[in-house]
Design a protein around this ligand. Structure first.
Ligand code: TYD
Length: 217
């Protein structure tokens, strides 16, 4: 029989995968950073990732996907490229970290493909789910936090030099479908998702995000 473990060693052995999702301009990057800091301040071991990106291959794919002056990319090609970057991130970073008992905080993950390429651009969700199975195997987030806010508020927060292809070439109706898509995904799986009003002051959002994360740790 194993000796009883201290709570610190239990935390080290139990990896958890927490993802932050939401429309453009919802503040995922800032809130992911704040969540990592808050968890580390509690003595937990945390690794953060961003998508697309987070590996040498993924960052190259990111520059193809997001540059506003690159070649046209069809929604299915988008879905394949986001999943290619994701497969590498899962193999190289996320799985090994979870196996080592680390908490992984991901700024965007597979639900972004369902929302943007699925609800936004019209690729059937069943096809996207099949692609995700290839990229992810059985990996699923333990908790997904949706930073939700009105489309005009999110797009209005972006500065001109931070504009990606998605903000530059897709209209407000596209972004509205993305937001509605995220809300539909959250409603369909309420045990995994927590929806937070991202139009609230950043400190309130951070407190909500931390509470949603701690609830599964
Ligand atoms: P990024 O600058 O990382 O935006 P944010 O800080 O809001 O995450 O740009 C990522 C863009 O790529 C964003 O417009 C959403 C889009 N995207 C997809 O269309 N599909 C995906 O699977 C992912 C991960 C992102």
């Amino acid at each position: 029989m194993q000796p009883p473990a201290s709570s610190a060693s239990v935390a080290r052995r139990t990896g958890r995968f927490i993802t932050l999702e939401g429309p453009d301009g919802a503040g995922k990057t800032l809130q992911a950073q704040r969540l990592v800091e808050a968890l580390e301040a509690r003595g937990l071991h945390v690794r953060s990732t961003r998508e697309p990106g987070g590996t040498a291959l993924g960052e190259r794919v990111r520059s193809i996907l997001l540059s506003a002056d690159g070649p046209p990319i069809s929604p299915r090609a988008d879905a394949l490229l986001f999943n290619a970057a994701r497969a590498q991130l899962v193999a190289e970073v996320i799985r090994p970290a979870l196996e080592a008992g680390t908490i992984v905080v991901g700024a965007r993950h597979a639900d972004s493909t369902l929302a943007y390429q699925g609800y936004g651009a019209g690729v059937p969700l069943a096809e996207l789910r099949a692609l995700a199975d290839v990229a992810l195997g059985d990996l699923r987030p333990d908790r997904t936090i949706l930073l939700d806010l009105p489309v005009e508020v999110g797009l209005g927060r972006k500065t001109a030099d931070g504009v990606t292809r998605f903000e530059a070439s897709f209209d407000v109706a596209f972004h509205q479908r993305v937001r509605d898509g995220f809300l539909a995904l959250a409603a369909a799986e309420p045990e995994r998702w927590v929806v937070i009003d991202a139009a609230a002051p950043a400190d309130d959002v951070a407190a909500g995000v931390l509470e949603a994360a701690l609830a599964i740790l």
